[in-house]
Ligand binder design. Structure first.
Ligand code: DGT
Ligand code: CA
Ligand code: CA
Ligand code: ZN
Length: 584
């Protein structure tokens, strides 16, 4: 077993909870393990060391039994109780939990009734119509299982942007630290800020390529060296992420960086443009085509901007390189001045321990101030989201008072009192208008009744946006990247309605959401829709997601003026106080 980490401790506790559920054990016992996992994940301090030293006494949510188990795990790397539990079930059974819609009860039934203990067996049984006949399943759930399996295959081998970022930055730093490296970059979809990436494409300029590929193949945290040559190498990290390295010369740098940054479609378009000037563009040069009588610009080009310049174009930010109008804009001088992270002054849509967050109101405020923000919007769940401990009118009023009290003591910083109100099935809201009127702002989101035809879902959302108290639309499509498809909505209609009603659409930049999708923002922005970049933070650490939110917003062509939370405190306060139909 690998060296224990905070996450591996928490994962084992979660797995124990699952196993106990499979065995049909006491729900309180199960909950204790699940809570314990959360406590370990969010503990403020070196929980690993404390577990190793057997010093967990007094930590809320970690009882005696858990203390002993965490100590054993942290000091020996394994836990007998866990291994014995696991041994009671076949290994493949655990894969079933990754299938959307299969919880412990269903997995248990599939295992006990049909002896299903692997994804393969699940698929065969579903295809043979055996699952439909099981008590508690039926034809519909069988179809859902097949759809979930197909989706799983589609998503396989991709990773979230925020999930790969620490690996990308760590490896990049190690490459840059090598004395023979003059320049290094992560190219590919990571550089373009795609919301998910398949692999990481590293590029180094060096006089000693073979030394670099060897260095790369010997990095820490590698599961497997897939290929290792003099100028190229590929490795797989322990989390399954593949990383490619190409080592090139300084002279080739601009061309290789552009080529391997992609997108392929952007590159194809540039190559066609080059050909019209009798030039061929590839990863090595921008040189005259055979037989052309013009000069060779390759030698004077030192960076990517030089390539664009030679082609008569302004420099195109990597985030925009998707062949979605950026080349035309680069030619006509219409590229946007993109949003920068420093432009953000605060953010909306954040949770606290009052609903399902893990940091308190005061902790969230302190974290936001620590990041230099001038304001933070608090929007805990509303009462219909009972699974998230949503607030009723009374608790909401108490929170509004608590926020007002904290605001008394702040200077140059303000908490805004809001809610993430559920949009009910018919498009009405979980709080009455007079309750919403007591708040500074309101995020409206769909959290239940996802399966609706596009037309009805669109109507439902539009009805919510038409409410004068709804400031912004939360995670528009409910998608969970690599896990749950978006529910269908008519983006065009929603964008038009947002423009008409002055309703903001959020860019929910929780790493697993990135919703509304970047592909729609350019159009929304041109129609005058404003964006709010929101981390949907459930913990102080989640405020970091804003970094990726900005990268994805840039990918959506957004400028500073398109984003509400770039406004300074006084302006944003005034804006929120202005009646919705009079907001600009
Ligand atoms: P990914 O890895 O699927 O998230 O997306 P990318 O864009 O990183 O794709 P990848 O890793 O296959 O290739 C990196 C870049 O290399 C890609 O963005 C453009 C360039 N490239 C790769 N294959 C081709 C190709 O066949 N033609 C052209 N023009 N460029 C290519
Ligand atoms: Ca890639
Ligand atoms: Ca690649
Ligand atoms: Zn939500």
């Amino acid at each position: 077993m690998a060296e224990p980490t905070r996450d591996s401790l928490a994962d084992v506790l979660d797995e124990i909870a699952l196993l106990l559920e499979l065995k049909g054990e006491n729900p309180f016992k199960i909950r204790a393990y699940r809570n314990g996992a959360e406590v370990v994940r969010s503990f403020d301090g070196d929980i690993l060391q404390r577990a190793r030293d057997g010093e967990l006494k007094g930590i809320k949510g970690i009882g005696d039994a858990l203390q002993e188990k965490l100590h054993e795990l942290a000091s020996t790397g394994h836990l007998e109780f866990h291994e014995n539990l696991k041994a009671e079930f076949p290994e493949g059974l655990f894969e079933l939990f990754d299938v959307q819609g299969l919880g412990p009860k269903k997995v248990k039934a599939l295992y006990e009734e049909l002896k299903i203990a692997s994804l393969g067996a699940l698929k065969r049984a579903a295809e043979a119509g055996k699952i439909a006949t099981l008590a508690g399943f039926g034809k519909k759930s069988e179809e859902k299982i097949l759809a979930a399996l197909a989706q799983k295959e589609r998503f396989a081998g991709r990773f979230l942007l925020a999930e790969v970022a620490p690996h990308a930055e760590r490896i990049l730093a190690e490459l840059r630290a090598h004395p023979a490296v003059s320049r290094a970059e992560v190219a590919g979809s990571y550089r373009r800020a795609k919301e998910t990436v398949h692999d990481l494409d590293f590029l180094v300029a060096t006089r000693k390529p073979a030394e670099l590929t060897a260095h790369f193949a010997a990095l820490d945290g590698i599961e497997e060296v897939i290929a290792h040559g003099d100028t190229k190498a590929s490795i797989r990290l322990e989390n399954g992420l593949q990383c490619d390295l190409r080592a090139i010369s300084n002279a080739e740098w601009p061309f290789a960086l552009m080529y391997f940054s992609g997108s392929k479609e952007h590159n194809v378009s540039l190559r066609q443009r080059a050909l019209k000037q009798d030039l061929t563009l590839n990863e090595y040069h921008l040189a005259p085509v055979d037989g052309a009588t013009r000069d060779d610009p390759t030698g004077k080009i030192k960076d990517e901007a030089g390539i664009y310049r030679e082609l008569g174009l302004a420099y195109v930010d990597p985030a925009l390189r998707e062949n979605r109008g950026e080349i035309e804009a680069a030619e006509s001088g219409d590229l946007p001045v993109l949003l920068e992270q420093e432009n953000l002054r605060g953010t909306f849509h954040n949770h606290t321990t009052e609903s399902d967050g893990r940091s308190t109101l005061a902790e969230m405020a302190a974290a936001a101030r620590g990041l230099g923000f001038a304001y933070l919007g608090i929007s805990d769940h509303s009462k219909s989201s009972f699974q998230a401990n949503g607030l009723d009118e009374e608790r909401l009023a108490a929170q509004v008072a608590a926020i007002a009290a904290l605001n008394e003591d702040f200077d140059g910083f303000r908490l805004f009192a809001g809610t993430e109100v559920d949009i009910l099935k018919d498009g009405s809201l979980d709080f009455a208008d007079d309750v919403l009127a007591t708040l500074d702002y309101c995020v409206a989101s769909v959290h239940a009744s996802f399966s609706m035809p596009e037309k009805e879902m669109t109507k439902r959302i539009i009805r919510a946006m038409e409410n004068p108290h709804v400031t912004m639309m939360g995670h528009l499509t409910g998608r969970l990247l690599l896990r749950r498809e978006p529910y269908p909505v008519n983006h065009d209609k929603i964008i038009d309605c947002a423009a008409e009603t002055n309703t903001i659409i959020e860019l929910n930049c929780s790493s697993k959401r990135m919703d509304m999708d970047w592909r729609w923002w350019h159009r929304a922005r041109d129609k005058g829709v404003r964006c709010s970049i929101n981390p949907d933070a459930h913990h102080v650490d989640h405020l970091q997601a804003l970094h990726f939110g900005v990268r994805v917003a840039r990918k959506g062509w957004l400028r500073r003026e398109d984003v509400l939370n770039t406004l300074p405190l006084d302006e944003v306060s005034r804006w929120l106080q202005t009646p919705k139909d009079r907001r600009a």
